[in-house]
Ligand binder design. Structure first.
Ligand code: X2X
Length: 334
């Protein structure tokens, strides 16, 4: 009887605690992204929202705000808004968060990751732990990975096979200074611009080229604004990170935190598959739409690697040489 009674008290206490938590939860949490579905980015975000809703029986509702609308289209302000609690959660690109978290420039070191296995080696294990610690230190709780993809350069003028082919081309790049340095080292004329401004700038020919994963290129129909030359050089890749504002995160019960983490892992897998499987499909579609896709020989690729070694060395210091070394070892062991 006594056992039963204490069990009843425990059950009541747990129920009260659970409903107290639930009562503290907001009716809806904002989730910031840049690209919506059917981009692999948005597919991952939507899957996360769906799984969380299902597994919490609707107690936790996430709502996606895409196209960086919560930061007025300025994707490089997303991390700051997340940290400040202007947005509750985000599925963000390492490129877009790198102005605030310098370690995230790791994924933009030119030619560090030769293939998807190399990328996987960095989003798991010791490197991933260091990256998550850096994000936590800057004021957001990272809880999982997804993927935008390996980035390819396109332009409206001519085929790019050598660094000399990039000379003088005006290329739209995202907001990390590292991209300015890469394209300047290659002799191009880089100009930083948000995604919101990129397509208009390509349309009016204010810029000659851009760089993005093939899925992004095809889904955004970039070939329709005259971008008919693509070089598939896999020079960088941007993983995406699920993260939550720390105050919001602390309000969730441990059980609900686990639901959010597990759902992010599953949704991330779906998004990563969409990005990787989507790349070859998008490449075929782009070719059918008249895009000339160039793949480089080993020797041709090496010319780009050599031309960007100085930038790599420079940015290794800024990122932290220990982390870069750890990443290089993980890539070598993959
Ligand atoms: O702006 C881009 O190029 C995009 C959509 O790929 C990112 O947000 C990094």
């Amino acid at each position: 009887m006594r056992i039963l009674k204490s069990l009843a008290v425990t059950v009541t206490a747990v129920t009260v605690a659970a409903s107290a938590w639930a009562a503290d939860y907001k009716p809806e949490y904002t989730v910031s992204t840049v690209l919506p579905a059917p981009f692999p980015w948005g597919i991952a975000a939507e899957k996360w929202v769906e799984l969380v809703k299902e597994r919490t029986q609707g107690r936790i509702n996430l709502k996606i705000y895409s196209n960086s609308q919560l930061v007025q289209g300025d994707q490089t302000k997303e991390f700051t808004a997340l940290r400040q609690g202007i947005i509750d959660m985000a599925l963000g690109s390492t490129i877009n968060w790198s102005p605030q978290v310098k370690e995230l420039n790791l994924f933009s070191l030119p030619f560090l990751m030769p293939d998807t296995k190399a990328l996987d080696a960095l989003t798991r294990g010791a490197v991933a732990d260091s990256i998550f610690a850096a994000i936590r230190d800057k004021g957001a709780e990272p809880i999982g990975w997804a993927e935008n993809g390996f980035r390819q350069v396109t332009n409206s003028k001519h085929e790019i096979r050598t660094p000399a082919d990039l000379k003088g081309l005006k290329i739209r790049v995202v907001g990390s200074p590292l991209y300015n340095d890469i394209f300047s080292a290659l002799g191009a004329n880089p100009t930083q611009m948000s995604w919101a401004d990129a397509k208009p700038a390509l349309t009016t020919k204010a810029v000659d080229g851009q760089e993005n994963p093939i899925t992004v290129f095809k889904i955004a129909k970039i070939e329709t604004v005259g971008q008919l030359f693509m070089t598939r050089w896999d020079y960088v890749a941007d993983p995406l990170i699920f993260a939550v504002n720390p105050r919001v995160w602390k309000e969730f019960s441990a059980a609900d935190q686990k639901i959010l983490v597990d759902a992010a892992a599953e949704a991330g897998k779906v998004g990563i598959a969409a990005s990787r499987e989507g790349d070859d499909v998008a490449a075929k579609e782009a070719t059918a739409s008249g895009v000339k896709i160039t793949t480089l020989t080993e020797a041709e690729r090496k010319a780009f690697v050599d031309a960007t070694r100085g930038v790599y060395a420079d940015w290794s210091k800024k990122i932290g040489e220990d982390l870069v070394k750890l990443a290089e070892q993980a890539v070598a062991k993959r």
